[in-house]
Write a protein that binds this ligand. Structure first.
Ligand SMILES: Cc1cc2nc3c(=O)[nH]c(=O)nc-3n(C[C@H](O)[C@H](O)[C@H](O)COP(=O)(O)OP(=O)(O)OC[C@H]3O[C@@H](n4cnc5c(N)ncnc54)[C@H](O)[C@@H]3O)c2cc1C
Length: 513
């Protein structure tokens, strides 16, 4: 297709659709028209309330001010995820977003920690991370001052509305109607227009499929196949409910494993989002729901909602003149809150590879290559959570523990177990600090460490480890509580432009923005 792209039509107005509309309208609004079609009657999925740090950079790109965003979406801060019962029943560790310890030119910090542990002079790995300690003590200093790596918990419905207001402000056009037909040119296989139930026919040059799990354009119309990951990521169902807030909101998500899956608790300013993720082969919907309702912190304030899904990805996220963004392009798992991130990075990738003259296959192939690379790395990290368990108490956990894992993950785990080495590839979302916290948290401890560590005698190593731990303690002691930080933000409604000058310390996550 040689035609210059002048009109981008976005089908669907969930988080993915409005993220795409806001970014395209803000950055390309002078060159292209952006139209978003959504059906209020069909509605949005309404879950997806935990995020990861790169979202802050994306907000910065859009000129979104943090205090305004937090007020509009009832958001709280998120320093990581607490995993309970994942390695064994009764255990608990935190995957925080921060850096643990201090590395040297030859090796990462955990090599020093491993030797210290062997000699009985190192404490818990999490004691060397500011974010972990701040999370445990319910503390947080937002913005530049704290230099913390954090993300947010947000209300999914309010967030889509918030993004919508930005997209409309940047010039995007909005149509509330149901798409009844997708018109495809027989000669090229390109989408020509969307037929709406109000009689309108919306033609465009590039179409974004943001229709969620229904994948109306990329799946149902263009028949792009789905590559399933169910054998690695066996959970296929969820039940969700909102509950009353009980106590001060925690600055981290809770992930509590059960015999057949796991439960999330996402604390917002006024309520808590809860859900049970499970594998329908091992538990009935009723039992999963009963277990969820029995494990709420506060009283339920909504009815429960059920979800069925297939973990996997679209074989090509970009096909012809259609790009799938959001759930239409695939779904891994809610466990590391990566879905909104993948929608965001899909949008950014599209912006970076946006065609000047027309859609050519080389550009499309590059978009798809990058997409697969990104998803497979994240997929491996998520599989690690299920596979690296010592739980043998239920058929579900025995399956996860025994299942074959991708070679890409298996070879990394072998290297780490034997040597303590863990190479991170270019542009990988989850960096060494994330992998380490999950591997160590779930009982994978290497047999060896780097020889350079032997240059330090016990006294020197002890001083190094204690010194770092003291620094962490002092930094956290000086922080306000999470609740105080939220209250201060509620009082301070910054003008939008202020945020652009913030430099964000998002160093443990490969920034996509
Ligand atoms: C159980 C569960 C938990 C999750 N938890 C997290 C999490 O913690 N963190 C995270 O990042 N992600 C999470 N996700 C994923 C997250 O919900 C999605 O990535 C995010 O909400 C984006 O969804 P979407 O916009 O692709 O789809 P949707 O919200 O489903 O939006 C689809 C849009 O398409 C429109 N539409 C569909 N068909 C038509 C039609 N025929 N005509 C017109 N409009 C149409 C709908 O009206 C809607 O506007 C979770 C998902 C599930 C299932």
């Amino acid at each position: 297709m040689e035609t210059q792209i002048k009109h981008v039509v976005i089908a669907g107005g969930g988080t993915a659709g409005w993220l795409a509309a806001a970014a395209l309208a803000k950055l390309f609004g002078k060159q292209i028209q952006v139209t978003l079609i959504e059906s209020a009657e069909i509605g949005r999925i309404g879950v997806g309330e935990a995020t990861i740090p790169p979202l802050r950079n994306f907000h910065r790109l859009l000129g979104i001010a943090e205090p305004a965003f937090m007020t509009a979406t009832q958001a709280t801060f998120k320093l990581g995820i607490e995993f309970s019962n994942w390695a064994q029943v009764g255990d608990n560790y935190l995957h925080s977003f921060g850096i643990t310890g201090k590395d040297c030119w030859a090796c990462d910090f955990h090599h020093f920690w491993l030797k210290g542990r062997e000699r009985g002079i190192a404490s818990d790995f999490a004691d060397y991370s500011i974010e972990s300690q701040a999370a445990r003590q319910m503390k947080l200093l937002p913005g530049d001052a704290g230099r913390l790596n954090y993300a947010y918990h947000l209300d999914a419905g309010l967030y889509a509305e918030f993004l919508r207001s930005h997209a409309l402000k940047f010039g995007a056009k909005h149509i509330d109607a149901k798409i009844t037909d997708v018109i495809v040119a027989e000669s090229t296989g390109f989408i020509e227009a969307l037929q709406l139930d109000n009689g309108e026919r919306i033609s465009g040059d590039l179409f974004l499929d943001c229709t969620g799990f229904s994948a109306l354009l990329i799946g149902k119309t263009l028949n792009v196949k789905y590559e399933p990951y169910g054998h690695f990521l066996p959970c296929d169902s969820a039940v969700a409910v909102q509950s009353q807030r009980a106590g001060e909101p925690r600055p981290y998500t809770q992930s509590i494993a059960h015999e057949f899956g796991w439960q999330w608790r996402i604390p917002l300013q006024q309520r808590v989002g809860n859900g049970m993720v499970y594998c329908s082969r091992y538990v009935s919907d009723d039992e999963a729901k009963t277990r969820l309702l029995a494990n709420l912190d506060g009283d339920a304030i909504t009815d429960t909602r059920m979800f069925r899904y297939h973990t996997g990805r679209r074989q090509s996220a970009w096909h012809k003149n259609c790009v799938a963004i959001g759930l239409s392009s695939g779904f891994l798992e809610p466990v590391e809150s990566t879905s909104i991130h993948l929608a965001m990075s899909g949008v950014l990738r599209l912006l970076k590879l946006f065609p000047r003259t027309g859609i050519d296959p080389v550009r499309v192939a590059e978009y798809n290559r990058q997409t697969v690379e990104e998803i497979e790395k994240i997929r491996d990290f998520i599989i690690l959570h299920y596979h690296a368990t010592e739980r043998r108490d239920s058929p579900f956990w025995r399956y996860c523990n025994d299942m074959a894992i991708p070679d890409s993950l298996a070879s990394r785990l072998t290297l780490f177990k034997k040597t303590g080495l863990f190479p991170i590839h270019n542009k990988e979302l989850f960096q060494i600090d994330s992998w380490l916290q999950v591997m160590l948290g779930q009982g994978i401890v290497p047999l060896d460490h780097h020889p350079i560590v032997e240059l330090m005698d016990d006294d020197e190593l002890g001083r190094f480890l204690n010194g770092y731990q003291q620094m962490v303690r002092h930094a956290v002691a000086a922080m306000p509580s999470h609740s105080q930080a939220l209250t201060a933000y509620r009082k301070r409604r910054e003008p939008e432009s202020r945020l652009v000058s913030h430099t964000l310390a998002s160093h443990t996550f490969e920034s996509q923005a």
